[in-house]
Every structure is written in structure tokens, then in C-alpha cells.
Design a protein around this ligand. Structure first.
Ligand SMILES: C=C(O[C@@H]1C=C(C(=O)O)C=C[C@H]1O)C(=O)O
Length: 541
């Protein structure tokens, strides 16, 4: 199938050298220099059906003048996003009003520059919570390059350093690029008691028309009344990238590097490819994850590129970790590192928590992360406070958490600047960062892609929020590829670290296996204990 971009569906490419070597160059309209947005509050009935309706893959979304007549394929290829924070803000979006993409070491600046051009002339009449935002993320490392680009690079001049170092993407990351954000054409935003519908287009008339069309559609009672939580698709097989024996060798090798070089900490990961009995319903899976991991973020990114022949996979997850949020000059972040299982009883649970608090190795691993975050933020902030350590309890695992808040000085104006400064924290990379990446790159037998990388949104003011894309996977047809890792320091034990990684696969893996339903009793008990210790601050809207 070869689609042409529809009206209002504008794809941005990186400026300068990157644009010259984009293989979709001829078909790619420029980044829009204006956007118009209209919002309307949804009444109860429409609000209830709006999330499922907008995410439902079978819905024939209006994307303007798209010429494709194969509706089923076409809707599956229609980009969609979902974003939810632990305090109840939920956003779903469909279609592309603007797209910002970039590759290489300048990817943060390139995306910011593209977005600035588009958002500069944004006309918007709704409340702040329903404003247009760009949703997306980045790959873990800037050497990541989409396979679509690499396929054609041989016949174009490769000018940037990044292009020369780039590694072609491998499954399941086909179609992903080093930085990709979309401003959706239609958004439903739920916050507190209200639900808003927002439509975005190049001009006011189209935005108003789109808003009215979608409002009528959502008032249509033929849509299901509730968001579906579906049922697990069932698992046919699992394939590991890393056997236990290989892992033990990798960890021992990493520890030797820590003992003999200046490397102090490195996070090594594994990937698990899971074959499914049926195609996965990702929004329904996220709804089940919401019920079991209410304190986590939830995200879904399906950025299938207009004009591309193949759909990319859907990247989704329920991460516990905030990378950073910026609202005006106020910044919130956290160190989350150091992990233990949940106990079967409250006493056993507390014992595991005590081990986290008292274990020298775990404290070392955690403090490295908190210090690195403080060191990155101090030069750009006028004040910075670090709270006491807390235990963050999730249904299947507990972590040490140190909340960090700061007030920015005048130098930093965009959340992407903070994302660039902080990513990767030693919670997912290591210390020092370059040496940690070298170790990861030389050790891990798979491509991290967007795993453990920043995922989130920013708006026209440069405010935004990013989580770390952990407890995540990529769904492609009837497989889901999961990723999980663990922080290693000098006295790490390979077998303990193996167990920790398996625990981190569980959030999604449990939702793929029907047998999980039979152990619901114990999950419920875990759930009721899965509250945070220490007060959680409100997440920004
Ligand atoms: C790397 C992961 O998790 C990170 C590593 C942790 C650790 O080493 O203790 C804990 C939380 C996360 O910061 C993962 O979930 O894959």
C-alpha cells in the first residue's frame, strides 16, 4: 500500500542535512507554519465513550483527502497516541496535524526548532488542559536510525556524523526513528471531572468542522459505553535474546570493567519476544495495566509514517519512573533505582523494603543516580531540593525513590533541554555515561530502540512531561517484544540481577497470559498494598 499524506497531515523532517537525505523528501510537505485548534467539553455520555472510540482500531477516522480505499488497513496505519499520568490525566489522540522528526546528535535541537516554527503561530480557543501538544519520544541512543532512512542512504550523500555511525534498526523497531513527535488531529483529554475534545488543523474552518464531526461521532450511541479491558491474548512461545548462562557472563564482564576501569555503574538489559495466540489489543492491555499499576504512567505510541509502505509496531508500557516535568520554571524529577520483590505478607514486604534501605550495594547504586541528576540540573537552576528516600511499591516490585524539585534559571526554556541533559540517567544507562553506553553497545545482543528512553509530550510554551520508557514492549502483529534491565555495580550478583530482570518483564507479560486471571486473588492483595509510601506530589497538567 502506498499512501499519500492527507490534508492537514503534514510530516516534518529535520532541518539542514537531514532533510536532504530523507527518502520521503519529495512527498513530504514542509512543517506547518500555523496550526488552528478548537476544543469543546464533552458531556457525560460522549465523555464515557470517547476514549475507546478514539483508540478503537476499527474506527474510520476522518483524515481528510486520503486516497486509500482499504479502510481496514488504512485505519490500522493511522497514527495514534495515548498518554496517562498517575494522577489521572488521560489523553488519547489520532491522526497527524504536524510531525517533527530528527536523527543524530542534534535531534533534540532539531525537534525543538521544528516545533517552534509550528507552535509560534498556534491559534487556540480552549482551556489549557485541552491544548494541542506534541506527543512522542526518542531512541535510547542517537546512533539509532530508522530502517526506512538507512535503506536509501546508500544513494544519497551522508553528511552528518550521526549518519556515518548509525546502526540500521532491526525488528521490532522497524519504522521508528531517533526522535519522533506528532501533534494529533483529534484529542480527547480527561482531567479531574472534565473531558475535552480538541481538533487541530491548518485553518480555523477545518478545525471547527473536524471538531463538529467528531463531536457528532462520539455522541453516536453505537460505540461501546466503556473502555474495554479485553482479555489476555494468550502466549504461544517465548524467545530470549539472552540465556541465563550468557547473562552471567555479561554481568561478570561488566563487573570486571567496573573493577578495572573508571566505569562505576552500568545498566544491562534483556529482551524477550513473546508469540501470541491472537493479535494484542494494546489499549485494552493498557486499561488492565491501569487497574493493576495505578501509580504508573501509561503510554502508547503508534507513529506509523504517512507515506511509508509498512506500519511500524506499537510501542507501549506502564513505566513507574518520571524523567522530568517542566511547568514554567518549576521542574520535578526523581531518582528511581534499587529494586526488590514484593513480599507475600506485609512483614515479608517490609523486610524487602528494609533490605533496600540498608543494603550498601543498593544505596550505592541509587545514590549515583540521585547525584547525577543533581549535577545535571544544578547549573541551570536557581534552587534545587532533594527529598528523603521513599519506597515506591508497585504490584510486583518495589524501588527506592528520591524526589527532586528545582526552580529553573532563565537559561532553559524548553523541557526537551532538560530531557537532553538528563537522559540517560544512571538508572537506565550508567556512570560515566559514555563508558556505560560503550559497555551496553558491546554487550547487549539486541537493539534497545526506544526502550528506557524519554517518552512524553511538550507544548508550545516548552512545558511538558517525560517518563522513562520502562516496563515496555513493542507489539507487531502477533508478537510483543519486551525489554527489561538491571543496574550493575561492583558487588552485584549475576543471579540476583537475572531475577530482577524477570520481575521487570512481569507487568506486561502477566497481561498476555490468560492464566494470570486464576491468580487474581493474590494480585488483588498485592494491589491493595501497592500504594506509595510517602506523599506523592501532584503531577503537572
Ligand atoms: C532498567 C529498568 O529499571 C530501572 C532500573 C532499576 C534498578 O536497577 O534497580 C530500577 C528502576 C529503573 O530505574 C527496567 O525496568 O528495565
Amino acid at each position: 500500500m502506498n499512501r499519500t499524506p492527507g490534508e492537514g497531515e503534514l510530516a516534518g523532517t529535520a532541518p539542514s542535512h537531514d532533510r536532504d537525505r530523507d527518502h520521503d523528501h519529495d512527498r513530504t510537505p514542509p512543517i506547518p507554519s500555523s496550526l488552528c485548534s478548537r476544543s469543546r467539553e464533552l458531556t457525560d455520555a460522549a465523555a464515557d465513550i470517547s476514549f475507546g472510540a478514539l483508540l478503537d482500531a476499527d474506527i474510520d477516522i476522518d483524515i481528510g483527502t486520503d486516497t486509500d480505499t482499504d479502510t481496514a488497513t488504512h485505519t490500522r496505519h493511522e497514527p495514534r497516541i495515548q498518554w496517562a499520568t498517575p494522577d489521572g490525566l488521560e489523553i488519547v489522540g489520532r491522526g497527524v496535524a504536524a510531525r517533527f522528526t530528527a536523527t543524530g546528535p542534534t535531534r533534540f535541537d532539531d525537534v525543538r526548532e521544528q516545533a517552534a516554527r509550528t507552535f509560534e503561530a498556534l491559534e487556540y480557543d480552549g482551556p489549557a488542559v485541552a491544548r494541542p501538544r506534541a506527543f512522542g519520544g526518542l531512541s535510547f541512543h542517537d546512533s539509532f536510525e530508522s530502517s526506512a532512512n538507512t535503506a536509501t542512504d546508500s544513494d544519497t550523500d551522508r553528511e552528518s556524523d550521526s549518519a556515518t555511525d548509525a546502526t540500521p534498526t532491526t525488528a521490532p523497531w522497524h519504522g521508528f526513528t531517533a526522535a519522533s513527535f506528532v501533534v494529533p488531529q483529534v484529542l480527547v483529554v480527561r482531567s479531574d471531572e472534565t473531558t475535552w475534545l480538541t481538533a487541530v488543523s491548518l485553518d480555523a474552518d477545518t478545525a471547527t468542522q473536524r471538531l463538529d464531526d467528531w463531536h457528532d461521532r462520539l455522541a453516536d450511541s453505537s460505540f461501546p459505553a466503556m473502555r474495554s479491558s479485553g482479555s489476555p491474548p494468550g502466549v504461544t512461545d517465548t524467545e530470549r535474546t539472552t540465556s541465563r548462562a550468557a547473562w552471567v557472563e555479561q554481568v561478570e564482564d561488566a563487573i570486571e570493567r567496573i573493577e578495572t576501569t573508571t566505569l562505576r555503574k552500568v545498566v544491562l538489559a534483556q529482551s524477550l519476544s513473546v508469540g501470541l495466540d491472537a493479535e494484542i489489543d494494546v489499549p485494552a492491555t493498557l486499561e488492565r495495566l491501569r487497574r493493576r499499576y495505578p501509580n504508573c504512567y501509561r503510554f502508547l505510541i503508534d507513529h506509523s509514517h504517512a507515506g511509508s509502505h509498512d506500519a511500524s509496531g506499537t510501542f507501549f508500557g506502564a513505566p513507574p519512573e518520571r524523567l522530568v516535568s517542566k511547568r514554567g520554571e518549576h521542574v520535578e524529577t526523581e531518582a528511581l533505582a534499587g529494586s526488590a520483590p514484593r513480599g507475600e505478607t506485609p512483614e515479608a514486604d517490609e523486610e524487602f523494603a528494609d533490605q533496600l534501605r540498608d543494603c550498601e550495594k543498593v544505596q550505592h547504586e541509587h545514590v549515583l543516580v540521585a547525584e547525577a541528576i543533581r549535577d545535571q540540573l544544578t547549573p541551570v537552576t536557581s534552587s534545587l531540593t532533594t527529598d528523603d528516600q521513599q519506597i515506591r511499591r508497585l504490584a510486583t516490585i518495589q524501588h527506592i525513590r528520591t524526589p527532586i524539585e528545582a526552580t529553573l534559571d532563565d537559561e532553559v526554556t524548553h523541557v526537551l533541554e532538560l530531557v537532553e541533559a538528563l537522559h540517560p540517567t544512571p538508572a537506565v544507562g550508567g556512570m560515566p555515561p559514555d563508558q556505560a553506553w560503550e559497555t551496553i553497545h558491546e554487550t547487549e545482543p539486541f537493539d534497545r530502540g526506544w526502550y528506557a528512553a524519554p517518552i512524553g509530550w511538550f507544548d508550545g510554551n516548552g512545558d511538558g512531561e517525560f517518563a522513562v520508557a520502562l516496563r515496555s514492549g513493542v507489539a507487531t502483529d502477533e508478537r510483543v517484544t519486551l525489554f527489561a534491565g538491571s543496574g550493575l555495580v561492583a558487588d552485584s550478583d549475576p543471579h540476583d540481577e537475572w531475577d530482577e530482570v524477570q520481575l521487570k518483564f512481569r507487568p506486561i507479560l502477566d497481561e498476555l497470559r490468560p492464566e494470570k486471571a486464576s491468580s487474581d486473588q493474590s494480585e488483588t492483595q498485592l494491589d491493595s498494598a501497592a500504594t506509595e509510601t510517602g506523599g506523592e506530589r501532584p503531577y503537572p497538567r
